[in-house]
Design a protein around this ligand. Sequence first.
Ligand SMILES: *Cc1c(COP(=O)(O)O)cnc(C)c1O
Length: 436
Amino acid sequence: MGFSQAQINDWQIRYPILNDVMDLKPVFWTNPRLKKVEDLSDLQLSRKDIEEAEARWKRFAPFLATVFPETKATDGIIESPLKEMSRLQASVFPKVSGNFYVKCDHKLPIAGSIKARGGIYEVLKHAETLAMEAGMLQENDHYAVLAEDRFREFFSRYSIGVGSTGNLGLSIGIINAKLGFQVNVYMSADAKQWKKDLLRENGAQVLEFSGDFGEAITAGRKKTNADPNGYFVDDEDSRDLFLGYSVAALRLRKQLQEKNITVDADHPLFVYLPCGVGGSPGGITFGLKMVFGDHVHCFFAEPVHSPSVLIGLVTGKMDEISVQDLGIDNRTEADGLAVGRPSRFATAISDQLVSGIYTMKDDALYRLLAAMADREGMFLEPSATAGLAGPQRAFPYINNHISTSNQTTHIAWATGGALVPAKDMEMFYNKGKSLE
Ligand SMILES: *Cc1c(COP(=O)(O)O)cnc(C)c1O
């Protein structure tokens, strides 16, 4: 698409934060269009959609428990623990008050990343739709039947395509190994080798592109849609990915109740979410706002080299603008966040719901990775650490917006890491240590 220099200059004058963004300096942006929940308009989604998504997860639980033994203990529900992080807080953010928790989505079963919420959900929903249309499945069936060979044979007539920097493709490839679609994953140049290898082991076809995520997704969409039996999981514009993620809010509410953590006007909740295309942080923010209303404040975290959702929201151009349009290169070690253009579906909603966005340098991500390993014994991939900086980065905002007598709870969403091979994790860790 591209924008004229005059247009870009005009934005720089109107939105001075763009000067630092274009100079690759870390910024903290406060959303001027944040709305109160009662004033939200045209969201295209409601609380009911989240409940329907949760009901679908429940229908599939017997299937998941059958084919993924690691989900047996939770009866086929894919969920992660919520853990207190006092040691990291004491050593890294001593000034920040309140309770500090990490949502351990790096431990999510099956996919080892937050994509286990969105990617798996969309594939299951698609499988359900096809099987129902063919008269092979009904809503009150015991879904463990989906593990039978006749379903594999049926699904093998259909294909699924997805463009991915890595984790979305992985989540889809791994779930699909138990369903039997033909899966084609269109991967960007920055996708890690081990992710491609693991996908191929799971029977997916991996198509590599020399360009970035945007190019991989455009090519994948075109090829998949040319196949009458093809279905494209479109990370740039997907309602189902978004709803899959949103269910996390219902689960988190329960976990907070179990820990006797109150969320209300005197006990605000702050949530910090690593952000790529904006689907996972947007979906979770939407869910949390439906559950906790204005008492929850959500912030997204992006790399300074890939601030796609930030520039979409600052300029108001949403998915029409890419970081490359502003001369930013979209090159970051945080492969899960290496996205140049925001999701159309998610960003339109986040526009009204996200409290702010901060950006980070890769070095800071690596330092947090090493600190988490040393203090809490948790091993995250670089993308997954971006939320950990939240309490400190949002500190001035919180001081301005929240009464000091309030008891705050902070939750950093750790979004991936469990599947990273030990050798790669050691490299990440050593790099973080060398930067301390
Ligand atoms: C995909 C991903 C994100 C961000 O999700 P988006 O929907 O792309 O915004 C964050 N962390 C990790 C590890 C991811 O794989």
